[in-house]
Design a protein around this ligand. Structure first.
Ligand SMILES: *[C@@H]1O[C@H](CO)[C@@H](O)[C@H](O)[C@H]1NC(C)=O
Ligand SMILES: *[C@@H]1O[C@H](CO)[C@@H](O)[C@H](O)[C@H]1NC(C)=O
Ligand SMILES: *[C@@H]1O[C@H](CO)[C@@H](O)[C@H](O)[C@H]1NC(C)=O
Ligand SMILES: *[C@@H]1O[C@H](CO)[C@@H](O)[C@H](O)[C@H]1NC(C)=O
Ligand SMILES: *[C@@H]1O[C@H](CO)[C@@H](O)[C@H](O)[C@H]1NC(C)=O
Ligand SMILES: *[C@@H]1O[C@H](CO)[C@@H](O)[C@H](O)[C@H]1NC(C)=O
Ligand SMILES: *[C@@H]1O[C@H](CO)[C@@H](O)[C@H](O)[C@H]1NC(C)=O
Ligand SMILES: *[C@@H]1O[C@H](CO)[C@@H](O)[C@H](O)[C@H]1NC(C)=O
Ligand SMILES: *[C@@H]1O[C@H](CO)[C@@H](O)[C@H](O)[C@H]1NC(C)=O
Length: 889
């Protein structure tokens, strides 16, 4: 206690000594002094009076100091705070002697520049205010000596640009204000050095360009105000250095675009003000990375479209201001666009052209306390729309357009039970008898159908083919009849310049709108929806997904190929399309590839190749390559020709036949193209007659009622482009066998010769009906021919598989066990009663083969048996003879 008393006295003595020693220790004239405080404000001073050197605080504000203050502050070594506000200074006075000065207020003067040489090295100044001057120019390095500056205010000047590296020495600066200037560009690295800056205000300038890295070096900035400039877009480039930013205001700019990923470098942002800009849509990733955002102000933009995922990152968001936009649709039709905002407390959707509210619009918003829906002409609100908002207490609604039909009664109840009425001033517009009634005063009374449009035909999802026309149809009814307007939307935005045909039917109660996409391109894919409004409200159709496909187009087409047997065949086929088409192959329109069965075929999808090795004639045919995708199918055909020398597939066999019997000579051949067969008997060409038939493409020579003159050497000569071959058969005709025949029974004999043969893949039935009249009995048969008919029935092997085992399918075969002995000849020379005829057939013919239809027709009408020919008889000519009393066929 004693010590401090002594020290105080000592200090007083020192002070008195100082005053006594100083030139002017007295208070300046007109001024008021209080200890080290000298107040010369409001004294109309035009020059700085003599100021005592002991001054620590000097107030010279509200005077008329102008140019001539040079030297005024020399030697003021103790000066700490000086106020020069509201004078007429044109330059900054020199403070180089004021080695202790901390605060200088030069607001409201006429200073036009900041020049070098005004502040001492390592200046102690920490606060410098130069608001409301006319500063245009800041000299390069002018602030270099102000190394201890903490606050610098340069608001309301005329600064258009700042020199580079201006703030290199301001590592202690915390607040920098440059509001209301004329800065238009922020160059990269402009603020380098401001490592302690926490607040930067550059509102009301002309900034339209923020260069990449403009804020680089800001390690500590947490408030950045760029409101009221001319910024057009937000990009990641200028976010470098803003890691600490928690408040960014960009209101009243011209922002219409936010780059994807823009916020990646400032994930600590908590408050973002983008109000009064030109944003039109919020896409899913526009606000990506803003996981800590608490307040998002988007009011007074031009937002009409919000994607489902737009706010899904912002779990922390507490305040979302979307008032004064055009987001009607999001609330009217989308389901749960805000559903991830579990922490939202304040939600403003005022003035958004919202006409109706769907039941799912506010799904997931469990913590909303304030919901503002004022200034929307809402006509209807679906039940349960606010169910999730159990904490809602301030619900603001002032529509006067409510459609008070039965469907609104839930709301009457909800307002009464859950809300404070004072914020709800909504009134009914329809039906007429309740117009103007406050919703919460509405009584439960007879109510009618909703007069909003009803969609009776929704647009349908489909695949649209590129470069063709695509249509989407939407029909709606309105009862009572009220003019409906249609609007088409695509991917949650309006369709620009749509081609739409509309027509109205049923006395104006039903209307149809057809959206025509005349020349579909890839850009037309998306989800389409029609929105129908009448004066009572708006109805949304379901969304139709239109996918664009392009028709397949060949880039490689197979070409006709000709090869010899044994060679390798290559067919090419490739096609493009969207989605990429699938390639498939067919042979002769079917899926049976002989080469595949024999493992000689290979399809190589990646090389678009189709191979057949060791080609055989069975491979011949038309190969079709089909390229198919949902848009359609295209087909390219190529014929494969396989050349093969003519050859005999069976050894030609010599034959013997009993005179009068039938015999078949076989010359079974192969070759490609199909060889021409020439039959020669003893060197001369065979002439077909009523006893000599050629069938099965001349491979069978059938001789009926053989005679000794038929004996001889039969030559079969076969020829195609690749050559000629011949071979020979010897036919012996044995003497006839004598048969006893009763004369009276021998008139009207019909001999049916059936030859069955396998040729290639077909069974050939040759039915020769030989009608004769026999008048004489005896050893020699005499068959004077009255008529001969031959018919050939071709049967595919698939219906008689027993005849052709698979392994011989490529050959022709006539399973003739030898006709020479006529062993299978069956002759019915018996009693011609109907009964006996039938007996004959049943015993002679067998059951496993269906009737030969042509043969049946050729039989006389008195013969009505169902002819069945046993498979086994197929191999030899079988001759059936019939006789009849009065047959005159
Ligand atoms: C810094 O102070 C020194 C010495 O007082 C002076 O010569 C110099 O011009 C000053 N620099 C600036 C940029 O004011
Ligand atoms: C200014 O301060 C720096 C660091 O504090 C010091 O190194 C330098 O000597 C000082 N300069 C003067 C002229 O006092
Ligand atoms: C101030 O900045 C100038 C130029 O960048 C530099 O040469 C000088 O050393 C700095 N002075 C202090 C005290 O940091
Ligand atoms: C956003 O900026 C506007 C205009 O400056 C202001 O009116 C509004 O209050 C700000 N929003 C928030 C949430 O601070
Ligand atoms: C708002 O968006 C609409 C299209 O939705 C556009 O026609 C209009 O020009 C925009 N208004 C402003 C001020 O950008
Ligand atoms: C809402 O209705 C009021 C009164 O009917 C009208 O003046 C106003 O223009 C309407 N607003 C909109 C956005 O349709
Ligand atoms: C409905 O549309 C028709 C034809 O466009 C028009 O003549 C009529 O005035 C409209 N009615 C109303 C109520 O707008
Ligand atoms: C109206 O639309 C329907 C359905 O698309 C159509 O069948 C009818 O021809 C259209 N009528 C007129 C007059 O265009
Ligand atoms: C391929 O062969 C088919 C018939 O076999 C024929 O119609 C077509 O013209 C041929 N194509 C070419 C390119 O020769």
């Amino acid at each position: 206690m004693g010590d401090s008393h002594f020290l105080r006295i000592l200090a007083l003595i020192v002070l008195l000594l100082q005053c006594a020693l100083a030139d002017n220790y007295e208070c300046p004239q007109k001024c008021v002094c209080l200890e080290q405080y000298v107040d010369c404000s409001n004294k109309k001073l035009v020059s700085v009076p003599r100021i005592p050197e002991w001054v620590e605080q000097l107030d010279l504000s509200h005077n008329k100091l102008s140019k001539d203050v040079t030297g005024g502050f020399d030697k003021l070594v103790s000066l700490k705070i000086i106020k020069l506000e509201k004078n007429a200074l044109e330059i900054i006075p020199s403070f180089v002697d004021c080695i202790q000065v901390r605060e200088i207020n030069l607001n409201k003067n006429n200073i036009v520049s900041i020049d070098v040489g005004r502040f001492p090295v390592n200046s102690t100044i920490n606060t410098l205010s130069l608001n409301i001057n006319r500063i245009r120019i800041i000299q390069e390095g002018a602030l270099n000596n102000l190394t201890n500056l903490i606050t610098l205010k340069l608001n309301k000047n005329e600064i258009t640009s700042l020199p580079n590296h201006l703030f290199m020495n301001q590592s202690n600066l915390k607040t920098l204000e440059l509001n209301h200037n004329k800065i238009n560009v922020i160059n990269g690295l402009l603020f380098q050095g401001l490592s302690s800056l926490t607040t930067l205000k550059i509102r009301y300038n002309n900034i339209d360009n923020i260069m990449d890295g403009a804020f680089f070096g800001f390690k500590s900035v947490n408030v950045l105000q760029l409101d009221n400039n001319k910024i057009k877009s937000i990009s990641k480039g200028w976010m470098y250095g803003l890691e600490s930013l928690h408040t960014l205001s960009l209101s009243n700019n011209l922002i219409s675009h936010i780059d994807l990923g823009a916020w990646e470098l400032c994930t600590n942002l908590e408050v973002l003000n983008l109000s009064h800009n030109y944003l039109m849509e919020i896409e899913g990733r526009n606000f990506q990375y803003l996981i800590n955002l608490r307040i998002l102000d988007l009011h007074s933009n031009n937002i009409s479209s919000i994607s489902q995922e737009a706010f899904s990152h912002m779990v922390q968001l507490q305040t979302l201001l979307l008032n004064n936009n055009k987001i009607s649709w999001t609330v009217e039709d989308m389901s749960g666009p805000f559903s991830k905002l579990q922490n939202l407390h304040v939600f403003n959707l005022a003035a958004n052209h919202i006409k109706s509210i769907s039941s799912r619009a506010f799904e997931g918003l469990t913590n909303v306390i304030e919901l503002d829906l004022r200034n929307n002409n809402i006509t209807s609100i679906q039940p349960h729309a606010f169910d999730s908002m159990t904490k809602l207490s301030k619900f603001q609604l002032n529509t006067s357009s409510l459609l008070c039909d039965c469907k609104i009664l839930w709301m009457v109840k909800w307002i009464k039970e859950k809300l404070e009425h004072k914020y709800v001033s909504a009134t009914c517009a329809y039906p007429a008898d309740v117009r103007g009634t406050f919703i919460h005063k509405l009584k439960e009374e007879n109510c009618g159908d909703s007069p909003k449009p009803k969609i009776v035909e929704h647009p349908k999802s489909h695949l649209a083919i590129k470069n063709r026309e695509a249509n989407l149809v939407c029909s709606a009814t309105s009862n009572p009849s009220s003019n409906m307007t249609f609007l088409w939307r695509k991917n949650n935005g309006n369709v620009s310049n749509p081609t739409v045909f509309e027509n109205v039917t049923l006395q104006g109660q039903q209307a149809t709108s057809v959206l025509v996409i005349p020349d579909v391109s890839q850009m037309d894919s998306g989800k389409y929806q029609c929105v129908v409004s009448n004066k009572f409200g708006t109805t949304y159709s379901s969304k139709a997904k239109v996918n664009i496909v392009t028709f397949p187009r060949f880039i490689k087409e197979p070409t006709n190929v000709t090869v010899r047997t044994g060679e390798t065949v290559t067919l090419n086929c490739a096609a493009t399309g969207d989605p990429p088409p699938e390639i498939s192959w067919k042979k002769d329109g079917g899926n049976d590839f002989p080469a595949a069965r024999e493992r000689r075929m290979n399809v190589m999808p990646t090389d678009h190749l189709f191979f057949i090795v060791n080609a055989k004639t069975t491979d011949m045919g038309v190969y079709s390559c089909a390229a198919k995708n949902p848009a359609g199918t295209i087909i390219a055909n190529a014929s494969l020709t396989v050349l093969q020398e003519p050859s005999f597939i069976r050894v030609l066999e010599n034959k013997e036949v009993t005179s009068g019997d039938s015999v078949v000579l076989q010359c079974m051949i192969t070759g490609s193209p199909k060889p021409v067969i020439k039959w020669l008997k003893d060197g001369s060409p065979i002439i077909t007659s009523d006893r000599h038939f050629l069938t099965a493409d001349d491979q069978l020579l059938i001789i009926i009622n053989s005679k000794s003159s038929d004996a001889g050497h039969y030559e079969c000569e076969i020829t195609n482009e690749l050559g000629t071959k011949k071979d020979m058969i010897e036919l012996k005709v044995l003497p006839p066998v004598a048969i006893m025949v009763k004369e009276e029974n021998m008139t009207g004999i019909i001999i049916i010769t059936v030859v069955c043969c396998a040729v290639g893949t077909s069974t050939i039935w040759v039915v020769i009906i030989y009608h004769t009249r026999r008048r004489m009995a005896g050893a020699v048969r005499n068959y004077p021919t009255e008529s001969v008919k031959m018919t050939q029935v071709v049967h595919s092997d698939s219906e008689s598989p027993h005849i052709f085992p698979d392994n011989i399918s490529e050959h022709s075969s006539c399973k003739d066990s030898g006709t020479g002995d006529s062993a299978k000849q069956t002759s019915f020379d018996g009693v011609p009663t109907e009964r006996s005829e039938q007996v004959h057939f049943e015993t002679a013919l067998c059951h496993s083969y269906s009737p030969v239809p042509e043969a049946h027709k050729l039989l006389p009408s008195s013969f009505k048996p169902s002819i069945q020919v046993c498979v086994n008889t197929c191999v030899t000519p079988a001759t059936y003879s019939f006789s009849s009393h009065n047959s005159n066929v």
